[in-house]
Design a protein around this ligand. Structure first.
Ligand SMILES: CC(C)(COP(=O)(O)OP(=O)(O)OC[C@H]1O[C@@H](n2cnc3c(N)ncnc32)[C@H](O)[C@@H]1OP(=O)(O)O)[C@@H](O)C(=O)NCCC(=O)NCCS
Length: 180
């Protein structure tokens, strides 16, 4: 995947030697469940997911420019709710030591720029669980449009059947936002 740089972050391909950094945040109880996956309890699980990230070519490692540590992940996936192959859905997580500094907004903006201006995509979507107010704030601050809530859309591993709040941004909206 293309290497993307922001003021404080670098988004790059995952590497096998990222395993320890990945496990360090993926094993925390407050990260994965907000994004739909259980905290990793053993490093073998982290290794499996790391292998799948490397193979998929759909997920960046988010690294902190200062420490060069991997502090999160950022995915750009097909959106299974839309048949248009020019749409993608984003998903992201960040180590809680780095929360509250506006870092994910930086990452989202870099990915939107890449998605619309390099890949010429039509639309980027993003979803959050109703309980995830932190992700909701990132989405709002990035200027996405709320489309609605898909009721009983997902089965969360812990909470069971759950709604999914849906947002999107078109290429035109992104470029308009950049100009203003
Ligand atoms: C969602 C997430 C990526 C936000 O990243 P971030 O870079 O911290 O985002 P921001 O700094 O813009 O903060 C967003 C909101 O989180 C809340 N917040 C900030 N620091 C926080 C902290 N330490 N603890 C709890 N909430 C916090 C604030 O309400 C903030 O909104 P505000 O800017 O209006 O005050 C991050 O919280 C995360 O990785 N959460 C777990 C995984 C997840 O939810 N992924 C998204 C799945 S849809």
């Amino acid at each position: 995947m293309k290497h993307l740089e922001t003021k404080r972050l670098v988004l790059r391909d995952w590497q096998q030697n990222d395993l320890q950094d990945f496990f360090a945040y993926a094993s925390k109880p407050n990260i994965g469940p907000a994004a739909g996956w259980p905290a990793h309890t053993c490093i073998a699980t982290t290794q499996q997911i790391l292998d799948s990230f490397i193979k998929s070519q759909e997920v960046w490692a988010i690294t902190d420019k200062q420490s060069h540590r991997v502090i999160g992940s950022f995915g750009l996936h097909l959106d299974k709710h839309r048949n248009n192959p020019n749409c993608r859905m984003i998903g992201y997580v960040l180590d809680d030591s780095y929360w509250g500094k506006g870092l994910m907004k930086e990452a989202v903006e870099a990915v939107l720029d890449y998605a619309f201006n390099d890949l010429s995509l039509d639309l980027i979507s993003v979803y959050h669980y109703p309980f995830n107010q932190q992700s909701k704030r990132v989405i709002e601050k990035c200027g996405f449009t709320y489309e609605g809530t898909l009721r009983r859309a997902l089965v969360h591993f812990d909470k069971g059947v759950i709604d999914s709040c849906c947002y999107s941004m078109t290429k035109e909206e992104f470029n308009q936002q950049k100009r203003s």
